[in-house]
Design a protein around this ligand. Structure first.
Ligand code: FAD
Ligand code: AMP
Length: 471
C-alpha cells in the first residue's frame, strides 16, 4: 500500500490549492515544497506568495499611496508637506504581508490535514518520490497519484544575463533597497509594467524596452492604446520595437544596447530589470527520467484532464504552460483533485481572466475584437468611458473605459475588456456572466448599484444595443 493517496509536488497556488481540495475530499495527502524564506524557514505559496502576485501588489499599493499623496491628494483638498519615502519600511511591510499569507497556508494545511514535507522532490519509478530536506536528510514516499505543480522561474536572455545586483529579474526588482535614479526594464508583459510602475511612482526615471511593435500585444487594441497613453502621462518612457542586444555593467551602471527602427541605440541606467517572461521549472525533478513527456519549450505535456504521459501522474499550473496565472493553476488543481474521486469537474479556459495591475488596471476575459475579426466572427461592441461614471469622478480617477463585445446574431458575450480603476475587481462580473453564457442584454438588464464603478460595465452592455443612458 502506498503512503499517500496523493502527493503534490509544489506548494504554489496550483499545488497548495490542489492539496487542500484532495484532503477535503478524503484523500490522504502530502505536499512537498523546497521554498525557504530569507530567514531560512519553509515558506509555502510558491512564486505567487513569495516573489510574485502578492509582494508585487503590496509594493504597487504602497507606491500608489505615495504617488497619490504627491500628485493627486491636493485635488481632494489634502495638503501634505515633507512627504518622503522610507524604502526599508515599505519593503518590511511587503515582507510582513508575505509572511502572514505564507504562514496562513501552513495553517490551512494543518486544518485540512495535509502533510507538509519540506524539501526537494525527485521522481522515482513506481510512483515513489525521493525528498531531500534542507538539512540533507532524505526520505522516500509513495502515492497512488502524484500531482506535479513545480511552477516556473524567470526566463533569462543571454544578451542581458542577470547579476542580482545591477541586472535583476522580478525577484531582485521586488527587493531594491533604494529607488534607482534611472531604471531600465526589458519587456512590457504584466511583470515589466507592474514593476516599472512601482519604481516610476517612487521617483525612478523608467525606460521600458519592448521588442514587439505592439503595446501589450495580447490585449484589445483600443484598451492597449488608452493604457499606453496613460502610462506615458505617468512618466513611463515606453519604447516599442526595441530589441535589446546587449547589457554590460561598468562603473555601477548598465549600458543597454538595443536595435530599433533608427538602428543601434544605447540606454544607460542604474538598474535593469529583465522581465521577459517565465519558463517551466522541472530542474532536478527527474520527470523525464521516469518517462514523462516534456515539450520542446520544457513544459510538461498533459491531456485535457491534466494527466501526463504516465498514468496517475498529473501536472498543473505554470509547469504545463497556457496562461501562467495563479488562478489558472489553482482551478486546474481543483479539477484534478475532484476527478480523482470520480467527480466530473471541467476547467473553463475560455473564461480565465487576465489582469495587469498598473494604475489604472487593465483586465479582460474572452476574445479581443482583433481575434474575432481574424476568425471571421460578426460582433457588436458597446464602449463606455469611466469619465461619465459618477463614482469614478468622486474618486478622481476617470481614465479608461469598458468595452463589451457580443455576438452580432446571438448577443452572447464574447469578450469584456476594461481599462480603469478597479478593473481587477470589475472583471469578475464579466467572468461570471460569460461562465453562465449570458448575453449582453442579460448584463444590461441586471441592476447595478449606484453610484458604483460597475455601472460602467452596465452602460457598456447597454451600449451593445446602442442604448446607453449616460453617453
Ligand atoms: P509556483 O507558484 O511557481 O510554485 C511552484 C512551487 O513548487 C514553488 O514553491 C517551488 O519551491 C516548488 N518546487 C519546484 N520544484 C520543486 C521540487 N523539485 N521539489 C519541491 N518543491 C518544488 N499571477 C497572477 O495570477 N496574478 C498576479 O498578479 C501575478 N503577479 C506576478 C508577479 C510577479 C513578479 C511574478 C514573478 C509572477 C506573477 N504571477 C501572477 C504569476 C504567478 O506567480 C504564477 O502563475 C503562479 O505562481 C504559478 O503557480 P504554480 O503553483 O504553478 O507555481
Ligand atoms: P511576458 O512574457 O508577457 O512577461 O512578456 C515579456 C516581454 O519581453 C515580451 O513582450 C517580449 O517581446 C519581450 N522581450 C523578450 N526579449 C526581449 C529583448 N531582447 N528585447 C526587448 N524585449 C524583449
Amino acid at each position: 500500500m502506498a503512503d499517500y493517496n496523493v502527493i503534490v509536488i509544489g506548494a504554489g497556488p496550483a499545488g497548495y490549492v490542489a492539496a487542500i481540495r484532495c484532503a477535503q475530499l478524503g484523500m490522504k495527502t502530502a505536499c512537498i515544497d523546497k521554498w525557504m524564506s530569507p530567514d531560512g524557514k519553509p515558506s509555502l505559496g510558491g512564486t505567487c506568495l513569495n516573489v510574485g502576485c502578492i509582494p508585487s501588489k503590496a509594493l504597487l499599493d504602497s507606491s500608489h499611496h505615495y504617488y497619490f499623496m504627491q500628485k493627486q491628494a491636493s485635488t481632494h483638498g489634502i495638503q501634505c508637506e515633507g512627504l518622503s519615502i522610507d524604502v526599508a519600511a515599505m519593503q518590511a511591510r511587503k515582507n510582513e504581508v508575505v509572511k502572514t499569507l505564507t504562514k496562513g497556508i501552513a495553517g490551512l494545511f494543518k486544518k485540512n490535514k495535509v502533510t507538509f514535507l519540506e524539501g526537494t522532490a525527485h521522481l522515482a519509478a513506481n510512483k515513489q518520490v525521493e525528498v531531500t530536506a534542507h538539512d540533507g536528510s532524505q526520505q522516500t514516499v509513495s502515492a497512488d497519484n502524484i500531482l506535479i505543480a513545480t511552477g516556473s522561474v524567470s526566463s533569462q536572455i543571454p544578451v542581458a544575463p542577470t547579476d542580482d545586483k545591477l541586472i535583476v529579474d522580478s525577484t531582485g526588482a521586488l527587493a531594491f533597497d533604494s529607488v534607482p535614479k534611472r531604471l531600465g526594464v526589458i519587456g512590457t508583459g504584466a511583470i515589466g509594467l507592474e514593476l516599472g510602475s512601482v519604481w516610476n511612482r517612487l521617483g525612478s526615471q523608467v525606460t521600458i524596452l519592448e521588442a514587439l511593435p505592439d503595446f501589450i500585444a495580447t490585449a484589445d487594441r483600443k484598451i492597449a492604446a488608452a493604457a499606453q497613453r496613460e502610462m506615458k502621462k505617468q512618466g513611463l518612457n515606453i519604447h516599442l520595437g526595441a530589441n535589446v542586444t546587449s547589457a554590460t555593467v561598468s562603473n555601477d551602471e548598465v549600458t543597454v544596447t538595443y536595435q530599433d527602427k533608427k538602428g543601434e541605440q544605447q540606454l544607460v541606467v542604474d538598474k535593469l530589470i529583465v522581465a521577459v517572461g517565465r519558463k517551466p521549472n522541472t530542474e532536478g525533478l527527474g520527470a523525464a527520467g521516469i518517462g514523462i513527456q516534456i515539450d520542446e519549450r520544457g513544459f510538461i505535456e498533459v491531456d485535457k484532464y491534466r494527466q501526463t504521459s504516465i498514468q496517475d501522474i498529473y501536472a498543473v499550473g505554470d509547469v504545463i504552460g497556457g496562461p501562467m496565472l495563479a488562478h489558472k493553476g489553482s482551478e486546474e488543481g481543483v479539477m484534478v483533485a475532484e476527478r480523482l474521486v470520480g467527480q466530473k469537474s471541467e476547467m473553463s479556459y475560455e473564461t480565465v481572466p487576465w489582469v495587469i495591475y498598473t494604475h489604472p488596471e487593465i483586465a479582460w476575459v474572452g476574445k479581443t475584437e482583433e481575434q474575432l475579426k481574424a476568425a471571421g466572427v460578426e460582433y457588436k461592441v458597446g464602449q463606455f468611458p469611466f469619465a461619465a461614471i459618477g463614482r469614478a469622478r468622486a474618486h478622481g480617477d476617470i481614465s479608461g473605459m469598458v468595452r463589451i463585445i457580443a455576438d452580432a446574431k446571438t448577443d452572447s458575450l464574447l469578450g469584456v475588456h476594461i481599462f480603469g480603476i478597479s478593473a481587477s475587481e470589475l472583471i469578475a462580473e464579466a467572468v461570471v456572466a460569460m461562465e453562465f453564457e449570458s448575453s449582453a442584454e442579460d448584463l444590461a438588464r441586471t441592476i447595478h448599484a449606484h453610484p458604483t464603478l460597475a455601472e460602467a460595465v452596465h452602460e457598456a452592455a447597454l451600449g451593445v444595443e446602442g442604448r446607453m443612458i449616460h453617453a
